[in-house]
Design a protein around this ligand. Structure first.
Ligand code: NAD
Length: 468
């Protein structure tokens, strides 16, 4: 058995874990990063954000090509070479994971491939291919991520049943696909398969898609998905799945029993807090399975920190990588706490939906008085030139001061545009700041400026006088 001592051991090399390891190394600490994969990357790079975005990019190109006949250009129906598409996606994953591995070596981070078991507040063992390694650490950062939630009534041992991991492997393009769960994953992967030619149906048990998101934004997406999908069923639950010779028979409530080629289950994710040996420490796990931490992401065991999906909602890569810096700063003795005013959320469908800060529904639920300013993209030159007038930009503002409390965008490129909203909320910007900031013309970013002008009843392109 090998042994080593390190200042910081990081368990899990996703965007939380590798950001923690790299930052610790940049601060001059000796770091060991542990993961079961050959390179850092985690779910995000191997089985999540990155491969799904590669496929969504292709889906968008195909949709645009199909739509081009409306502009007088006919490419014909796109032909898909699934093997080549798969290898493009795999190439993206290999390039990024290999790149992050290279950067780890440049930083002299020791990377251990294997499964770790905690053995106490200062030690763990890694079972690797070449045997076990004992690691003594001063501090440890748990960044073990999350995995798809499994529901017993939807558990069927069949290649016809997919989760986000197997769906991203792109086994083939099924004739029909039922997506169970109208959340982030269901809608993103449903969009990919629909573009590739599957008849996609979505079933969501709550009354609307993306339950946590603003309804004005979701409505924009819903309308477009209705054209893309064979069916969108809300307020509908899947009660049972059973394999038959020609597919999976799915029992719904309200009752219906259609058959689908494949079923993709995307009903949420759960934290990977069942870390072997966790009981040898004082780390506490809450009722939902998240590791409990303070504002610095320190657990009840003072030497151990937890970040990312395993440490609480929202389960987003960028939240993890920011928590990583806070935890490492805390270990370094710097003053740091994790208290963002806005964490952006983006659903990479087409159109994209993105929001940050306070939502209108949240303000209502919490009794916070807000004023809403909306700018419809149909009034914007750039949106018309790209033939995407259906978008909406929405500001949630403090009535007296016009301070920007939240921003929501539905439309092409919303995921890029929201960064300005995040900065506005974080900097305590007001509608006046956004209005007076010169935005480039003609761009979709003007919708942020114009929605701020709507607050004053002075939007150049929307006539909506302020009520006296
Ligand atoms: P989700 O929570 O976004 O959506 C799951 C949906 O399934 C919910 O709308 C829920 O009401 C529905 N549901 C649950 N049980 C059901 C049932 N029996 N029948 C029908 N519907 C049911 O979860 P997800 O899509 O699996 O994604 C998990 C997490 O991964 C997200 O919360 C997000 O944090 C992360 N993620 C983020 C992105 C992104 O940032 N673009 C993309 C993918 C995943």
């Amino acid at each position: 058995m090998g042994t080593q001592t390190t200042q910081v051991a990081v368990l899990g090399a996703g965007p939380g874990g590798y950001a923690a390891a790299f930052y610790a190394a940049d601060l001059g600490m000796q770091v060991t990063l542990i993961d079961e994969e050959r390179n850092p990357g985690g779910v995000c790079l191997y089985r999540g954000c990155i491969p799904s975005k590669a496929l969504l990019h292709v889906a968008k190109v195909m949709d645009d090509a199909r739509h081009a006949h409306a502009w007088g250009v006919d490419f014909g129906e796109p032909a898909v070479d699934v093997a080549k598409l798969r290898s493009f996606k795999q190439g993206v994953v290999d390039k990024l994971t290999g790149g992050v591995g290279h950067v780890a070596r440049l930083r002299k981070v020791t990377f251990l491939q294997g499964r770790a078991t905690l053995t106490g507040p200062h030690s763990l063992t890694v079972a690797g291919q070449d045997g076990d390694t004992d690691v003594q650490f001063e501090h440890c950062v748990l960044a073990t991520g999350s995995c798809p939630t499994r529901i017993p009534s939807l558990s069927l041992d069949s290649p016809r049943m997919l989760d986000s991991t197997s769906a991203l492997e792109l086994p083939d393009v099924p004739a029909s696909l039922l997506v169970v769960g109208g959340g982030y994953i269901g809608l993103e992967l449903g969009t990919v398969y629909a573009a590739l030619g599957s008849q996609v149906s979505v079933v969501e048990m709550t009354p609307g898609l993306l339950p946590g998101a603003d309804r004005d934004l979701v409505n924009v997406l819903h309308k477009r998905l209705e054209k893309l999908c064979a069916a969108i069923m809300v307020s509908t639950k899947v009660v049972k799945v059973a394999e038959e010779a020609n597919g999976v028979r799915v029992t719904f409530d309200p009752p219906a029993e259609p058959v689908f080629d494949r079923v993709l289950v995307a009903v949420g994710r759960r934290p990977n807090s069942d870390i072997p040996g966790l009981a040898s420490t004082r780390v506490k796990v809450d009722a939902r399975g998240f590791i409990e931490t303070d504002a610095q992401r320190r657990t009840a065991e003072p030497t151990i920190f937890a970040i990312g999906d395993v440490a609480g909602e929202p389960m987003l890569a960028h939240k993890a990588s920011h928590e990583a810096r806070v935890a490492i700063d805390a270990i370094a003795g710097h003053k740091a706490v994790f208290e963002p005013a806005a964490i952006p959320a983006v659903v990479f469908t087409d159109p994209e939906i993105a929001w940050c800060g306070l939502t209108e529904a949240q303000a209502q639920a919490e009794g916070i008085a807000v004023e809403i300013a909306k700018f419809p993209w149909g009034a914007l030159g750039r949106a018309i030139t790209i033939d995407r007038p259906e978008g909406l930009t929405k500001l949630v503002l403090e009535p007296k001061t016009g301070r920007v409390l939240g921003v929501g965008i539905a439309g092409s490129g919303a995921g890029e545009l929201i960064a300005e909203g995040v900065l506005a909320v974080e900097m305590g910007a007001t509608a006046e700041d956004m209005k007076l900031t010169i935005h480039p013309h003609p761009t979709l970013s003007e919708t942020l400026m114009e929605s701020a002008e709507v607050f004053f009843g002075q939007s150049t392109h929307v006539y909506k006088p302020k009520r006296k």
